[in-house]
Design a protein around this ligand. Sequence first.
Ligand SMILES: CC(C)(COP(=O)(O)OP(=O)(O)OC[C@H]1O[C@@H](n2cnc3c(N)ncnc32)[C@H](O)[C@@H]1OP(=O)(O)O)[C@@H](O)C(=O)NCCC(=O)NCCS
Length: 206
Amino acid sequence: MSILDRFIHPLSSHVEAVGTESAARLSAIHASAFARAWSTLDFERLLGERGVVADGLFLEPRTQKWTPLLGFIRCSFSLLAHRMRRTRRAASAKTGSTFPPDALGRATKPVAFALSRIVLDEAEIITVAVAPEARGKGHARPLLAHHLDALSRRGVARVHLEVEEGNAPAIALYRRAGFRDVGRREGYYPKADGTKVAALTMALDL
Ligand SMILES: CC(C)(COP(=O)(O)OP(=O)(O)OC[C@H]1O[C@@H](n2cnc3c(N)ncnc32)[C@H](O)[C@@H]1OP(=O)(O)O)[C@@H](O)C(=O)NCCC(=O)NCCS
């Protein structure tokens, strides 16, 4: 998204629980984030499991009224913006990353998700991923906060996760959410080049 486009069409986000209807979209986001991608069928099975909880983050244009200044800018650049949107739509149609709004203008596909498995009063975060075009914009933090809240409301008292050592954005995200390091697993993640990378294990008491 360009600076101009962001100015003219600022996005708001909301987080809500997602189920098997989102399996294909979650699989696409997962494939863009991890070397070992999980198929739509993998996600359908996971999401159908008892104790598995997933939340998706959706982006949509703000419905606020434009201030006169923004209105002026909007008019001035409308033609240019129209061209940019057309180009972006064509590009995203190729990559399958469009998020067409429904009749109420709400996004129909998440751009990020968090998925956990609950066992008794503990949960494991199985995966968190943001679509590449939406990364680095602070979306993961509200998504994770909402997800942890949803786990807490289901009676979870402690949350565990594993994260690749060196995955700076993910480690920063988890530490800011309050996770602390509890261990390290040497050679846990196999890489495409044949090497292996350690995993950090982290935990959070809710
Ligand atoms: C990890 C991931 C979910 C973070 O999502 P995001 O929306 O891009 O993250 P945010 O923009 O909310 O940033 C999260 C934190 O990482 C930091 N960060 C972002 N990019 C960074 C980078 N390249 N290096 C270091 N820190 C970085 C941000 O500053 C922020 O920390 P802060 O809150 O202390 O400022 C996303 O990068 C992703 O999907 N990665 C691929 C999948 C993955 O690795 N998942 C986690 C393992 S299960």
